[in-house]
Design a protein around this ligand. Sequence first.
Ligand SMILES: Nc1ncnc2c1ncn2[C@@H]1O[C@H](COP(=O)(O)O)[C@@H](OP(=O)(O)O)[C@H]1O
Ligand SMILES: [Mg+2]
Ligand SMILES: [Mg+2]
Ligand SMILES: [Mg+2]
Length: 335
Amino acid sequence: MTTHERTAELAAAIEAVSRAAQVTQAVQRELVTADTLTKKDRSPVTVADFASQAVVCETLQRHFANDPVVGEEDAAELRDEANEPLRASVVEHVQRALADIAPATEAQVLSWIDRGHAEGGAKGRFWTLDPIDGTKGFLRGEQYAIALALIEDGEIVFGALGCPNLPSPADEGEGLLIVASRGDGTWMTPLIFEGESELQPVHVSDIAAAADANFCESVESGHSDQDQSVQIAKKLGITAEPVRMDSQAKYATVAGGSAAIYLRLPTRPGYREKIWDHAAGVIAVEEAGGKVTDVAGKPLEFGHGRQLEANRGVIATNGRIHDAVVAAVRDVLES
Ligand SMILES: Nc1ncnc2c1ncn2[C@@H]1O[C@H](COP(=O)(O)O)[C@@H](OP(=O)(O)O)[C@H]1O
Ligand SMILES: [Mg+2]
Ligand SMILES: [Mg+2]
Ligand SMILES: [Mg+2]
């Protein structure tokens, strides 16, 4: 990183996300089997989700005791007597991930998960956490992310996005970790590494014509309208097939320049995007030189609580082609 601001946040976030990734990768190795998909068994991702949130919240609490966390999960379901086996599995994975810190008790694990209950809002400082973004990708053994961002007075100022199944930028280590700090830039490093790793700067693609873009979108047609995206791509003269991937790995892909467009087109009018599904990815793209708005071309507003109440959908681009993409989206959505 080039400046000396937010170095404490950087250290805490790297620790939190890489510890959480150790947990999610262990769960994927040990609990996700060929049967998981065919039996529609969601228990592995449930264990990984809760354990990841516990580990990130413990780490944040150790570094920034007073910072609230707006996390996707809470422990209510885990406290249910019927869920004793699930709870035991979560506690065991958290204990392993924090073995060098302290022997964690069940009560502590549940209380760390519950630290994610904050409401967010327009004033003050809070973290937002998606302990596993792309739960469907996790179960398929495809892309998922651990997404953590810091918001101050409604503005994202720092983000860390761990993508265990994206390629590492080094021979050492597994997975990709993207970090971004407002006004400073975006960097990448191996997500899990032995020894010291360098942060390398990340930049968006420099294409100037939308027709030359690769675009990415969700694997899930229920999360983003894939019929409309075909029409938008056609209008822009894009001939490349869409790159479909789960999670905020899409933002990482735009930040790193492998794609110049990420489209998320509303599938139903009532849905509101969640802040933890976007904050870390948005700052990664913006600080890499790109631009992010909603489908109407308005900036995303992170100061309205747990949801993006003032926005619909998302358009992320390399910046240079943003206006052309917004215009094409408007034409298709209005037709
Ligand atoms: N109808 C909908 N429209 C848009 N996003 C939705 C949605 N229903 C669920 N999601 C969100 O889509 C996220 C995954 O995004 P993607 O499809 O890009 O991988 C989910 O995050 P989780 O997997 O953390 O629950 C969930 O919050
Ligand atoms: Mg999510
Ligand atoms: Mg999630
Ligand atoms: Mg979810």
